[in-house]
Write a protein that binds this ligand. Structure first.
Ligand SMILES: Cc1ncc(COP(=O)(O)O)c(C=O)c1O
Length: 374
């Protein structure tokens, strides 16, 4: 065991950020405005301005953003939602929680996202929409084509942007290609407020409906008059204060992540047995630096050896396809296999990547990989 350790993720709060956040939290505590106040409203305005969306609605989590968004979309029609088989639990659970149905589709190994062709094969007369996920921050270059395909078919496109803060394709921020985008601000994310989420949309009616669903179906913030079956999915003023400080630094975070990712890409090019999964666009959030291993490489053994060498890898995106999760056993149709999702889930790893890392840390990881792959 070495003394040195490179950890997979670490939030970044400078002394100045901590001062700003504590100042805002002090104000909230002193005034007693802990919820539904100016911090949340300002965070929403700033996130809308940053992403270029007309509306940004703050929520308690990324899952809440998906569920409330889908509850509002379910008002436009109940049916099946196409979801990539390699995603996180919430992407597949959210349609079910919102009274819709989930059908899994396979992805491409190069983009970790479905192609138009795959969606075309999966669509049925019951399909109402498509959820795409920008895995690790990668926006598939086919996204515009997917959006056009959805429009031609009368389906909505909803982007799970939990990994994609700052990712832009042809200058357009993730979350603006379809009807809405759902962001997560969980503690491991590129932009965090510990727990939180945001839904972005240009659709005025959808934004208003999500405002209702997040606040117990109330038509007015402080009045007990309930019109839809909502939940409490609100973000607190304290969380918004943290999120605002992070958003101010997002561009700086993206620059550091890009520099570290470039160093990985250069260092890994001389190594056998692996292929990095790279975005075709800049900026990318670089939430994860994913690497596909040759089938012969034993992932568990490699991870254990790297840990021994002082390199702790983060979670995969994801370790197994969603249909292998027990919860979905009798909730999601199992009439099709998803061979590419099965393959990429089984044989990729995600290298440590966060803004507290140095280029020397990247070299340390590459050297550890080199020793264990050759
Ligand atoms: C792809 C994806 N979707 C949705 C979520 C849900 O976000 P949260 O943990 O904020 O509920 C996550 C979070 O971890 C995620 O990775």
């Amino acid at each position: 065991m070495t003394e040195r350790e490179v950890v997979p993720v670490r939030p970044d709060f400078s002394a100045a950020d901590i001062g700003t956040i504590l100042g805002s939290i002090r104000t909230a505590l002193e005034t007693g405005q802990l919820a539904q106040g100016e911090e949340v409203a300002a965070f929403e305005r700033e996130m809308a301005a940053y992403t270029g969306a007309r509306h940004a609605v703050a929520l308690a989590s990324g899952t809440a953003a998906l569920v409330c968004g889908l509850r509002a979309l379910a008002e436009r029609g109940i049916g099946e939602v196409l979801v990539p088989a390699n995603s996180f639990y919430s992407t597949a659970a959210a349609p079910l929680l919102a009274g819709l149905r989930t059908r899994l589709v396979d992805v491409e190994a190069k983009t970790f996202a479905p192609s138009v062709e795959t969606l075309e094969r999966a669509v049925t007369k019951d399909t109402v929409g498509v959820l795409v996920v920008h895995m690790g921050g990668l926006i598939t270059p086919e996204l515009r084509a997917i959006a056009d395909w959805c429009e031609a078919r009368g389906l909505w496109l909803f982007e799970d942007c939990a990994h994609a803060h700052g990712s832009r394709l042809d200058g357009v921020h993730a979350g603006n290609f379809g009807v809405a985008g759902a962001f997560s601000f969980f503690a491991t994310k590129v932009l965090t407020c510990a727990e939180g989420g945001m839904l972005t949309t240009d659709d005025d009616e959808l934004a208003a409906a999500i405002g209702l669903y997040r606040n117990l179906g109330k038509t007015e913030a402080w009045r007990s008059h309930h019109t839809v079956l909502g939940e409490n999915a609100r973000m607190s003023e304290l969380h918004a204060a943290v999120g605002r400080a992070q958003l101010r630094r997002l561009d700086e975070f993206l620059d550091v992540r890009q520099r570290l990712a470039d160093r990985y890409t250069a260092g890994l090019s001389r190594l056998p047995g692996l292929t990095p999964v790279l975005p075709s666009h800049t900026p990318a959030s670089w939430y994860k630096y994913a690497v596909l291993l040759e089938p012969a490489v034993d992932r568990a053994a490699l991870k254990a050896a790297l840990k021994e060498a002082g390199v702790r890898l983060g979670g995969e995106i994801y370790e197994m396809p969603l249909d292998a999760q027990p919860v979905f056993a009798d909730r999601i149709p199992r009439d099709t296999r998803h061979p590419v999702s099965e393959d990429v889930c089984a044989r990729h790893i995600c290298l440590p990547l966060h803004t507290r890392m140095t280029e020397d840390d990247v070299d340390f990881v590459v050297t550890a990989l080199e020793k264990n792959l050759t």
